[in-house]
Design a binder for this molecule. Structure first.
Ligand code: PMP
Length: 425
């Protein structure tokens, strides 16, 4: 009796989702929820950069002519602004080109073809090597490993970071595991903030590999969405205190602070790692774009200046996150068809749908003109074994387009979800 009623109910729910879907199909939507890009109004916030440093103001604080070659470490005044924000002593923080992803790619190339401090040989000469990949994670991280044939071992994310029972066990027993990807604050795509205990364990754990590296991609260190400016524990400081200073590579950038195509990337590490990095870098470059670094230092002014600037971003994107969460709640709350993260910062919301439905939902959305990040992108090799994770990136569309896209997405979740429930009965 109950089952019959349930079945009738489900059929009615599916019919209603089908109706909504065909109504949406008729609208000729053209909406995009794929990449975590800043919207144009966010970029406008930094437009003053286009007039900086200004003619006749090309000198750095120490008198360096920023227009000329040299200064591999990057401008001191900019490194001083970001040292505290990225939790790296200023002497161990380099300011580089326009992208931290490039620095991560470079780090692999240097470790494969050079020899990181503590290594017995180059990674390329060590036979097959592996990396730990917390999932869901960032597809561009995984693509770097994929490109170099580095096997990735997925590690489940928990609410406090990667599952450290799994991490500590694997790294202790397998010397071919050379490192782990980490996005410690407002993680892409779950919004997870690593707990102090997770950071401490990462700093102190025993690793079978003497040349183990934590790729600490602090891409969202200042990207708060609430009044609570979340702080995480200082990995480099804790690792140094534990005698493991060399295991940490810190990355960051101003991509989602100023201009995503014309910002500044940062690399921080132990003194030995920095010496090693600069030796390799000196073969690759005669110096970074110091004019860009000078204009960033002038525009941002101080760490407080960075945080004040981020408040302006929050005013623009906060309502987009709120609207997304509101619609998810209104449309999917209580349906049992999805759960989602409620990030306190960063750029993404992760939507978890019933196993085996994510790719179908993404495909149905595409059919009605709503493009989502491909299902599976949050996992190594683009393969989510549960086919249940969808990454939602609310920042780039206008508020109106975003709301229409999220509503359409929830319709697809209902359509596919109810279809599956009926099949399973
Ligand atoms: N790391 C993470 C976690 C990101 O989400 C992004 C941008 N989507 C990047 C790095 C890219 O940073 P950059 O622009 O500095 O290369």
């Amino acid at each position: 009796m109950t089952t019959d009623l349930g079945a009738q109910n489900l059929t009615a729910l599916l019919d209603s989702a089908r109706q909504d879907y065909s109504e949406l199909a008729g609208r000729g939507l053209k909406l995009d929820l794929t990449r975590g890009k800043p919207a144009a109004d966010q970029l406008d916030l930094a437009d003053e950069l286009l007039t900086l440093p200004g003619s006749k103001t090309h000198k750095a604080a120490d008198g360096t002519d920023t227009r000329n070659y040299g200064g591999l470490n990057g401008l001191l005044e900019l490194r001083q602004i970001f040292a505290g924000l990225l939790q790296v002593p200023v002497g161990q923080l380099l300011a580089a080109g326009n992208s931290s992803l490039e620095l991560m790619h470079d780090a692999f190339v240097q470790a494969l073809l050079g020899q990181v401090p503590g290594a017995q040989s180059r990674w390329a000469d060590q036979g097959p090597i592996k990396f730990l990949a917390p999932v869901p994670g960032y597809d561009r991280h995984f693509s770097i490993c994929e490109r170099f044939g580095i096997e990735m071992i997925p590690v489940p994310m928990t609410e406090t970071g990667p599952d450290m029972d799994v991490v500590t066990r694997l790294v202790a027993e397998d010397a071919s595991i050379k490192g782990i990807w980490c996005i410690p604050k407002y993680s892409n795509p779950t919004g997870t903030v690593y707990s102090d205990e997770t950071v401490r364990q990462l700093a102190e754990m025993s690793t079978a590999a003497p040349d183990f590296r934590i790729f600490w991609d602090n891409a969202y260190s200042v990207h708060h969405l609430t009044d609570d400016r979340v702080e995480i524990a200082d990995l480099l400081g804790l690792a140094t205190a534990a005698g493991n200073a060399d295991r940490v590579f810190v990355f960051g950038s101003t991509s989602k602070i100023t201009f995503a195509g014309a910002g500044v990337g940062f690399f921080g590490a132990s003194e030995a790692n920095i010496k090693w990095w600069l030796a390799g870098l000196s073969k690759r470059s005669i110096g970074p774009d110091k004019v860009n670094q000078l204009r960033h230092a002038t525009f941002l002014g101080s760490a407080e200046g960075v945080l004040a600037h981020m408040e302006k971003h929050r005013a623009l994107i906060g309502p987009k996150f709120e609207a997304t969460l509101r619609i998810l709640n209104e449309q999917l709350g209580g349906t049992g068809l999805a759960t989602w993260t409620e990030p306190q910062g960063g750029y993404f919301i992760t939507l978890e749908v019933p196993e085996g439905t994510a790719s179908d939902i993404v495909a149905r959305a595409a059919e009605i003109g709503v493009v989502l990040t491909p299902a599976g992108a949050t996992h190594p090799l683009g393969q989510d074994p549960t086919d249940s994770i969808i990454r939602v990136a609310p920042t780039f569309p206008t508020q109106t387009d975003l709301e229409a896209a999220v509503l359409a997405l929830t319709t697809c979740v209902k359509l596919v979800g109810y279809e599956q429930k009926i099949k399973q009965q």
